[in-house]
Design a protein around this ligand. Sequence first.
Ligand code: ZN
Ligand code: ZN
Length: 357
Amino acid sequence: MQYEIDYIPVGSGEKGGDAIAIRYGDFSSPTTQNVIVIDGGTKDSGKKLVEHIKTYYNTTYLDVVIASHLHSDHISGLTEVLENFTVGKLVVHAPWDHTPAIKKMTKTTSTIGLLQTKLEKSVSGLSELIDIATSKNIAIQNPFQGEHIIQGQLAVLGPSKDYYLELLANFGITPEAKEQHKVGGLLSSVSKSIVNWVAEALHIETLSDDYSDTDSENNSSLVLLLALDMGNNVVHRFLFTGDAGKGALTKVIEYCDGQNYSLEGIDFFDVPHHGSKRNVGPSILNRIKPKVAFISCPPNGDPKHPSRKVVNALIRRGCAVHKNHQGNTINHNSGNVPARVSWSTITPASFHDQVEE
Ligand SMILES: [Zn+2]
Ligand SMILES: [Zn+2]
């Protein structure tokens, strides 16, 4: 078994996104490998992602293209991906697939038909993606918790359908939720005030479970577990999280507990939401304790994307943290993969003695 995971840089300034390419299997031929794309970032990063796959993956076929959630910094570039490759299937959740449920949970007086049209127009990037898939006869899957995207290898740990519907009623694009369907802990606007720095030592943690959670759209992100059989009873496990927040990840851990499945010590952790401190706290990280973490973040995101507290919290738990803030693509692989000319080894992020308050 060979594998490699590439994080293509997305965005500029303080704005980032996600664009991730993965391939695994036997790389000696395009027919013996699986290729997965999770999110395509902006149009620009989508183009880079296409080039990257053509250059390094030796294929024009993608098994699965996944849109983690509807935010444009994750899905805009996927149109490039769908247009440039032959694609096995598109994995995506469209809010308008659940219009009758949305009507029930919100205060809208619109008809179902009108509401559906409004929703489709409000997330044009997502509609465009589904239109391209439909016109190219690409299968579309909308999987929830417990379902597999690639049987036995790529599974959905979240969201469950019930949780997704609850979040939907609280999306910015849906009408105001009825009181009984409102979810708490929504992100209040984060002030852009001057950062106050505080000291943090290896044995002191200032990251807290109490920061308010990220928004419902982010919490609706698909949380995916890739498990690869490396032979000799060794399985390598990779967790991809999109922009999932504490609400979503807590439900993922509860689901795993119910299955007597532990995520602790996973080999690779895709840190959610560009490393924001509103998406993971100590309780969640204590249940994951990854070996390696990748953060997709913008060039000038520090100290919000990623939060220095989150980077420190991962390092404190024995994790090697890597980020693509320098506009470079970063790669994680199984070791037995083709060498790439002029690529160099990256060193993990170092511990921050000063963190944002
Ligand atoms: Zn994002
Ligand atoms: Zn998002």
